[in-house]
Design a protein around this ligand. Sequence first.
Ligand code: SAM
Length: 263
Amino acid sequence: MVFSRVVSDVDEIDGNFRGVGGVNITKMDSSEKDPLKIQTMFTTIAHRYDFLNMVLSLGIDKCWRRFAINQLPKSDNARYLDVATGTGDVALEIVKRIPGSKVNGVDFSEGMLDVGNEKVSNAGLSDRISLDFGDATALPFGDNTFDGSIIAFGIRNVQDYKKGVSEMGRVVKRGGRVVILEFTTIQHPLIKPLYRFYISKVIPFIGEVVSGKRGAYKYLPESMLAFPSPDELKKTMEGTGLADVKYYKLTLGIAAVHVGTVK
Ligand SMILES: C[S@@+](CC[C@H](N)C(=O)[O-])C[C@H]1O[C@@H](n2cnc3c(N)ncnc32)[C@H](O)[C@@H]1O
């Protein structure tokens, strides 16, 4: 396994990120998304991840995931890949919404996968969902395996995100789709300052209180603001050979869903 070593203290992560004061959010470069640090951070917060998601997004994240899943092509006995599956919410929602479907989920955080596998088992869905260790930039599947691949709030964490997008297309059959749900930077002039305050001050504070881990949720605003614009991501998807790429902005542009078709 490429990323099997896990450092144990999330404060180590905090100390290494530039601009972690929460106020002066600086542009991150990809070297700051060290896979080992990202992997460790998610393993450290895994037990609180679902709860924090619900609190910090006021539950809207579930609607965004549903919107993204609706972009996947439907067919009998369809097979999908959920990249950076985390605690498995996308995988669980897919099998709920698409009868007969099966989902493989991959993630490189064992802690997140443990929580996800427990949820799958509790839901009695182990025959339809399989969550396993895997790196988004070297997916452990052959070419043309799936009817669609999806990633929700994962791509901005991937150091070589272009490679991640390219891998998502590689494993999908011709005519299938690649779907990417990710935060974007809100552009509305009146809401932008409020939104920046929320993500740079409120999210790190609540994240620290609930997870008990200093620094874990300071990374979130930095990575959100540093991720390429929807137009840039669209170009990247086209650059990997995906066709008919389009995107939908959700909830005042806080998030966007990009969809591309495999030629
Ligand atoms: C914000 S969570 C999203 C989890 C889930 N998709 C959701 O909708 O809640 C991001 C996930 O991406 C995973 N991740 C980041 N980089 C990865 C990589 N290169 N390969 C596999 N997983 C990765 C992390 O371990 C984490 O579980």
